[in-house]
Design a protein. Sequence first.
Length: 269
Amino acid sequence: MDLQNLFSVKDKVVLVTGGAKGIGLMISTGYVRNGATVYIASRDAAACEKAAAELTKAGPGKAYALPADLQKYDDIQRLVAELEKREKCLNVLVNNSGANWGETYDKYPDAAFTKVMMLNLQRVFTLTQACTPLMERAVKEAKDNGGVADPARVINIGSIDGIRVPALETYAYSASKAGLHHLSKVLSNHLGKRNITVNVLACGPFMSKMMAATLEQFRDTIEAGVPLGRIGTPEDVAGTCIWLSSRAGAYINGAIITVDGGSSRAAKL
């Protein structure tokens, strides 16, 4: 039970949606630096190619770009078909791509719910469903090699705003993340029986495109609301993903793990 093997993700095949920027890039970097093969998917093809090239150059793992507009059902089917051409199995799926929409209650548009719920919730199900055969092959391969305790993994990137009531008026976002948390629990039951674990990271504040404007304006206030007194770092989120993807995390299923420095538990008085 040595640490090197207990927390190893070396040679695992990982798909990270939204893996070229923000939290997704932090996660992609963590996997590649620990010897995994990472496929980066998002609609920004140039960003995917740039991130994949830089990560592969740094090594020791490798990264490849698989651009796709994850809002579109057909793009997801094409993405999975392309992945299947390149790999015989998928060990880890990280559903990280997401959208947000902030507006006052009286002006909040109906279109916000259509866009945000589609990407943050419905398409997580769509992609997970489409990737399940590839993940089942990873399970079979592990069993054939004597690794019966090594399931495939689904890691969904949720938010503490799906647990608490956010101060900002992001109605569709918080609703979508709360739905994602519960969907993940449901999937953990059904997919667990296929030896595929499903867990959620309910992330707090990290430096990302989505959070950039808010952090620029309110960083001191946000950090003051975190018991640890800081926002998250790449090591915090990548390390949690690596743990869940390694032998050390093989028996974790259906968990909502708050990666937020304790901010969702902080007293407001």
